[in-house]
Design a protein around this ligand. Structure first.
Ligand code: GMT
Length: 377
């Protein structure tokens, strides 16, 4: 199988799209492809020196004339440069805004220089369900989706929403997110767990970017009711606009000794290893990568049934799903799940379900898309 030179354009932050794009690039590089990441700061999951991986930073200039720096223009110029001088075969842009329009513009510029470059756009969620629907973005998003050489969505639900909300007249392939095998053999032990909870306490966990859409206050409300019945601890990982409100609510509920705010963590595996249940009550979620990552560490999931979560978390098998905001139902399900024998079985099921999203099943789907485009070029 011949090596492909792929340019990956992504957000480098803690968001799911950046995590998926980075892990995909690392996996492609490990298979012998050459991967060039293009973004404004080092992707959080990129880590250290690895063969076949290159990172091209987009420097955002700071001219006093601009009230808003033209990131998309700087990104486009960087893409043109990298494609031209690294002789890339294909571009893969994650998150439509502004990556798909930058890729389209770069493609046009390169075409004027006699260079052909196809691009794949992967839709991740809020680029369609929240931001993309905004009338000020919509014409650009519709155009770029239609002009991409291939388009993928991370769930069937997101594919459907894209057709519902945009005048899209082309095929969108569903390529689900995936789990990278955990090569870290160190499992967190009882001693580490005991630092956060005593033997008779259970640990609930939530990981997110604390945006409104994640409904972290619901996590706290569910926890408060569960804790009233079963001695528990709640570990919250991440940071974002809602953190202040969540801390305030924690104080109002007198739960400061029960709820632990860890802030942002580069690697969440070890926290998941001491958790019993993962909570994801989001308002909208195109896939729910955080839930999948929990399941891969044998942690069953209590979630809302919005968007693509039901394609990941299987109701009554790897966890339970409730309507958005139905705190009482989530409490009922959590208490049921925490019955020792039930929990034991659901932990096994969660791990089993996560295997459906193994990297080995998903990587060839992206490789096939790249190959098809490269052979057409
Ligand atoms: O809000 C987030 O979780 C970040 C966001 C992003 O774009 O980085 O996540 C979206 O993409 C993830 C990876 O494909 C999905 O797992 C998330 O469900 C999706 N978020 C939403 O739809 C709210």
């Amino acid at each position: 199988m011949s090596r492909i030179k792929i340019g990956i354009v992504l957000y480098p932050t803690f968001g799911g799209s950046g995590v998926v794009a980075t892990e995909l690039g690392k996996a492609l590089a490990a298979k012998g492809h050459q991967v060039h990441f293009i973004t404004y700061s080092q992707p959080v999951r990129l880590g250290s020196f690895r063969e076949n991986i290159f990172y091209h930073e987009v420097a955002v200039s700071d001219y006093p004339l601009f009230d808003f720096q033209p990131y998309e223009t700087e990104l486009t110029s960087k893409i043109v440069d990298v494609v031209r001088y690294e002789k890339l075969d294909v571009l893969h842009v994650h998150y439509a805004i502004p990556h798909a329009s930058a890729a389209f513009m770069a493609k046009m510029i390169l075409r004027s220089q006699g260079i052909k470059i196809p691009f794949v756009t992967t839709l991740h969620g809020t680029d369609i369900t929240l931001v993309g629907k905004d009338p000020s973005f919509e014409p650009v998003i519709t155009f770029c989706i239609n002009e991409s050489d291939a388009v993928t969505a991370v769930s069937e639900s997101l594919r459907k929403s894209t057709y519902e909300h945009f005048k899209v007249n082309r095929e969108i392939e569903v390529v689900p997110n995936f789990i990278v095998p955990n090569i870290d053999t160190m499992r967190v032990n009882e001693e580490m767990r005991s630092k956060y909870a005593s033997k008779n306490e259970v640990i609930l966990c939530h990981i997110s970017n604390f945006r409104k859409v994640k409904r972290v206050e619901d996590v706290i409300q569910v926890f408060a009711k569960v804790n009233a019945k079963i001695n528990s601890k709640l570990i919250l990982v991440g940071d974002g606009p809602e953190r202040y409100n969540c801390e305030k609510l924690t104080r109002e509920l007198n739960l400061t000794d029960r709820i632990i705010f860890l802030g942002k963590l580069r690697d969440t595996v070890h926290v998941l290893q001491i958790a019993d249940v993962f909570l994801l009550p989001s308002e909208t979620e195109s896939f729910g990568l955080a839930a999948l990552e929990a399941m891969a560490e044998s942690v069953p999931v209590i979630s809302s049934n919005t968007g693509g979560i039901s394609e990941v978390n299987q109701h009554g098998y790897s966890g339970f799903l409730s309507d958005v905001g139905d705190i009482d139902d989530m409490v009922k399900n959590t208490l049921f799940l925490l019955e020792p024998e039930t929990l034991k079985q659901f932990k096994i099921n969660a791990l089993e379900r996560s295997k459906h999203f193994s990297l080995v099943n998903i990587l060839p789907k992206y490789e096939a898309i790249y190959r098809k485009l490269v052979s057409k070029n």
